[in-house]
Design a protein around this ligand. Structure first.
Ligand code: 3HC
Ligand code: NAI
Length: 699
């Protein structure tokens, strides 16, 4: 049963019971209306209380049902809300913990509402590329006032119940309960107190006006347009709330419904809904059951206080977990600590961190030069130089000192984790934790699963990732793991584009217009072009037949490593990040092109985007087929969280699915015929070829 029915004297209690968050799927909706009918039919019942079991009143419509016939199956949410409004006996919503989306709309259909303090209240549909589709845009302004309601609808952000209760004149909550624990009793008391009140109050009957509506909505539109950029939903939220102020309730509802249905089919909403599910799916590992016991992680050690080590340490300090930082020399420790302090101090200056919190965090940090001081740490993360010999020394020491059961992690970005694990007598305890730079800011964490990594180690680090607010994606062991392995092919294709006739600025602009946060050349300048150079030098040895453009090497030979040297593909003014095109670089590319006997051609933005994105997609298909990633959606999460792939396109895999894999393969065949490109580059990965032939998708 997805709702429970109980009788408490003259009050019927309907409890939504559809874990994890009482989503309003078909079964739950049907069950609410059945129980509502039952209460109305029972002569002894005078009033009805509706609440949610577990950790939510309700998280809203069941997102998993979207796009399936079940979402529309009667009773749909609108019908359920209508049934609540039409109940001949008063219905009281007893709201606690989480009341969102359709859950809040349901509560607004009840005659009375009582809320526990601490409840997160939101209409978050806009975050799924939608707007509230069951009356939220019409009823919330009637109980909160137009401006606070539109703020909530357009931002989708939760607001605490006790704050909402303080809005002057608000009618969202008839009463605040004194605590979650007393909510049920106080709801019963309210239900009994109003059981004879007639007519029953309906939110739809409340007035909805703004004194300066035209000016206000114009202003709201201007604000929202700037923020919404690639997403149509936020402006539709404004339109719908404006309709609430200007149209009769029924007409406003009709408009809201039309907007909702249209938005549901937009690629932007599909992308956002995909991301919502993909992020949550990423934390699940197919062969590691969700009830796998975790190891206790109460203290951390970090080896190396450089760029990554310091950032990694900050993640744990922020989560209140003590960290011991180890370095080879006192000066290195001091430098590392100074950087951590500088980062925190800048947050304090910007008002993002309170002084006492800063001190509290620094109080959790200790340092050492001796491995023997690390014995008690539950998890140690190595972030030393990227050389196998150095890693061997570190892991041999860790194997010697760490207590049994401690997890030994490496932040290596290119080395073979299985080799690192083999430096110890406990490869089952070794795992890769590949943070992205700056490690205290970037949300992505690739968790690298070695051949021998134990399942409980995997389960534990996934939990730890959540604690430090990272989105973790599991990757198997391969060169570059998921993200960097794909970016290498994207970079190669960027080089071919230069050889054929593009400038770095043209390529960057095309892919940035597509929605990437940064094009490949601006990104190279940010990360340091020397990193790619080092990788290519290795590749020239390992794979002498692999075709590369030489322009990036020529750039590095000039010492143009990027922002850190003030010059890369572009020039940089000290202290600024603006990329200024450089004529010498363009001349260098032209001279190289001429030396290859290539006559440059005009390449369209469409071709640039396709070549760069399909380069990612084809490598991703190999990664998926080899089992390096277990799901296509994991690859999307990596690219969205770590590489600035445009959110409104949902990640490379969803994008390819939406273009159609058949079309992707056709384009790749066209590129393969270009003599200046590399035919072998465009050979479709077997998985991609198969799915395209069968008319299937990655997701
Ligand atoms: N429908 C179905 N499943 C949902 C859901 C929903 N509305 N909201 C959350 N879930 C599921 C998640 O998929 C996850 O499932 P899993 O355990 O299988 O991975 C589980 O609930 C727990 O979710 P979180 O990991 O996010 O748990 P938290 O405790 O951190 O957060 C939450 C809970 C605040 C409810 C958060 O999940 C959330 O923000 N959910 C989205 C709420 C939302 O967008 N509601 C609007 C839906 S659209 C709508 O109502 C349309 C209407 O206007 C017609
Ligand atoms: P870094 O050079 O800034 O810092 C390395 C630190 O390790 C230095 O402070 C050094 O003194 C210390 N160190 C070296 N050998 C040591 C030893 N034996 N014992 C203790 N300390 C030692 O390097 P960075 O950039 O922080 O990289 C560290 C690791 O993180 C590397 O494996 C790198 O591949 C990886 N990584 C780097 C990223 C980046 O963007 N910089 C991103 C993701 C991973």
């Amino acid at each position: 049963m997805t709702t429970l029915y109980e009788v408490h004297g003259p009050v019927a209690l309907i409890t939504l019971s559809n874990p994890p968050v009482n989503g309003l799927g078909y079964q739950t909706r049907a069950s609410i209306t059945e129980n509502l009918q039952k209460a109305n039919d029972d002569q002894t019942i005078k009033a009805i209380v509706i609440t949610g079991a577990g950790k939510a009143f309700s998280g809203g419509a069941d997102i998993k049902e979207f796009g399936t016939p079940k979402a529309l199956q009667e009773p749909n949410l609108l019908s359920v809300i209508l049934a609540l409004e039409n109940s001949s006996k008063p219905v009281v919503a007893a709201i606690h913990s989480v009341c969102m989306g359709g859950g809040l709309e349901l509560a607004l259909g009840c005659h009375y509402r009582i809320a526990a303090p601490g409840c997160s209240v939101a209409l978050p549909e806009v975050k799924l590329g939608l707007l509230p589709g069951a009356g939220g845009t019409q009823r919330l302004p009637r109980v909160l006032g137009v401006e606070p309601a539109l703020n909530m609808i357009v931002s989708g952000e939760p607001v605490k119940s006790e704050l909402l209760a303080q809005i002057p004149g608000q009618k969202l909550f008839d009463r605040m309960a004194s605590s979650v624990e007393s909510l049920a009793d106080e709801a019963f008391a309210l239900a009994q107190a109003i059981s004879d009140t007639r007519p029953l109050p309906l939110v739809r009957s409340l007035p909805c006006k703004h004194p300066n509506g035209d000016a206000y909505f114009q202003f709201a539109r201007n604000m929202v347009k700037g923020m919404a950029k690639n997403f149509p939903a936020p402006l539709k939220c404004v339109d719908a709330v404006e309709a609430a102020t200007k149209q009769k309730f029924e007409e406003g509802m009709r408009q809201e419904r039309a907007f909702f249905v249209n938005l549901m089919w937009t690629p932007e909403s599909r992308a956002l809904r995909h991301i919502f599910q993909a992020e949550r799916a990423a934390s699940k590992i197919p062969d590691v059951p969700s009830d796998t016991p975790n190891r206790q992680i109460n203290s951390i050690a970090v080896i190396g206080a450089g760029t990554m080590g310091g950032g990694i340490a900050m993640n744990f300090l922020n989560a209140g977990i003590p960290v011991k930082l180890l370095e080879m020399k006192q000066e290195a420790l001091e430098r590392g600590i100074a950087t951590i302090r500088k980062n925190y101090e800048s947050q304090v200056k910007k008002g993002k961190l309170k002084q006492d919190k800063y001190e509290e965090r620094m109080g959790l940090l200790s340092t050492t030069l001796r491995y023997d001081d690390l014995t008690d740490a539950d998890l140690v993360i190595e972030a030393v130089f990227e050389e196998l010999g150095v890693k061997e020394k570190v892991f041999t020491e860790l194997d010697r000192v760490m207590k049994p059961g401690a997890i030994l992690a490496s932040n290596t970005s290119t080395l073979d984790l299985n080799k690192i694990a083999a430096f110890t007598q406990r490869p089952q305890d070794v795992v890769g934790l590949h943070f992205f730079s700056p490690a205290n800011i970037m949300k992505l964490l690739e968790v690298v699963r070695g051949e021998k990594t134990a399942k409980d180690v995997m389960a534990t680090v996934m939990t730890v990732a959540k604690k430090i607010r990272k989105t973790a994606v599991v990757s198997g062991v391969c060169d570059g793991f998921i993200g960097n392995r794909m970016i290498e092919q994207y970079g190669r294709q960027g080089g071919f584009l230069l050889d054929e006739g593009c400038t770095p600025a043209q390529v960057d602009k095309a892919i940035e217009n597509f929605g990437f946060a940064m094009g490949p050349f601006r990104m190279g300048d940010l990360a340091g072009n020397d990193i790619g150079w080092a990788i290519r030098k290795r590749r020239y040895q390992e794979k002498p037949d692999m075709k590369y453009s030489k322009t990036a090497d020529l750039l590095c030979e000039k010492g143009r490593f990027g922002q850190k040297t003030g010059a890369g593909w572009y020039d940089y003014v000290q202290g600024k990040r603006d990329a200024i095109p450089n004529q010498e670089v363009v001349a260098m590319i032209e001279a190289h092109r001429a030396s290859l006997g290539i006559t440059p051609r005009q390449i369209s933005d469409e071709e640039i985007v396709q070549r760069l994105v399909y380069a990612l997609v084809n490598e991703a298909a190999h990664i998926l087929e080899e089992g390096i990633a277990s799901k296509a959606s994991d690859i999307d999460v990596v690219y969205l969280m770590g590489y600035g792939f445009p959110v409104h396109r949902g990640g490379p895999m969803l994008y390819a699915d939406q273009v159609g894999l058949f079309n992707v393969v056709q384009a790749m065949k066209r590129f393969a015929r270009n003599p200046l490109d590399d035919a072998s580059f465009w050979k479709p990965a077997p998985l991609l070829a198969r799915l395209a032939a069968e008319g299937k998708t990655f997701n």
